[in-house]
Design a binder for this molecule. Sequence first.
Ligand SMILES: Nc1ncnc2c1ncn2[C@@H]1O[C@H](COP(=O)(O)OP(=O)(O)O)[C@@H](O)[C@H]1O
Ligand SMILES: [Mg+2]
Length: 221
Amino acid sequence: MQIDIRNLSFAYGHKTIINGLSHTINPGDYLVIQGKNGSGKSTLIKCLLGINSVKNGMIFLDDDDINTFNKWTKFGYVSQNFDSFNYEFPLTVQELLKFSSITKASEHNYLMLLDQMGILDIVNDNVNSLSGGQLQRVFIVKAMLNDPEVLILDEPTASIDKQNSEFFYKTVDELNKQGKTIILITHTDSIENLNYTHILNMGLDLTTTITTKPIEGDEES
Ligand SMILES: Nc1ncnc2c1ncn2[C@@H]1O[C@H](COP(=O)(O)OP(=O)(O)O)[C@@H](O)[C@H]1O
Ligand SMILES: [Mg+2]
């Protein structure tokens, strides 16, 4: 899917958060969004997902205006606060993933994805009993269930250890190589080792800059 952001502005009440952003995310791109806490990274993501409604500027998802777009299963999303829930009733990993499946195919898909993530052994565990790293992998599986074209990850390594975050970045690379568009938000991680294609930097002063990663071997020698 192509995501075409045209002169997007967004405010909560009178407080402007995004001011005139234009950028096109092409199929297969790996966009890293960086910026300090409060610079509007999550707000932008919520605009792209139709959670925040777009009134100033436009976003086109393929050829559809976002305000009439309805193929939301093309997006997989792991929100910033994926680990802050606590289910009131006992729920196993398997049950969580079955509830999130929209087709028989995606229902069968979850075992394969859990296996790929190295967590097939916790399929019958209660979600409230998982470690941060296990929970993160479960939520990535959940986001991947319906075979999305675009995977959006908001500060995915904030609450996991180094070993899990290395595993996580490898997984993201593989998914990107398989053709998924990746949008990854981070405010702390060093990104030199990531195979991203573009960086969007958001400033607290509403400025935005977009840089394209130079193709390796293309630098001056
Ligand atoms: N629902 C909301 N209502 C009002 N203000 C909000 C809301 N969500 C976020 N903000 C404010 O918008 C600014 C940007 O927030 P956010 O997009 O979460 O930043 P980031 O993800 O870059 O840390 C912050 O000042 C935050 O307090
Ligand atoms: Mg955020």
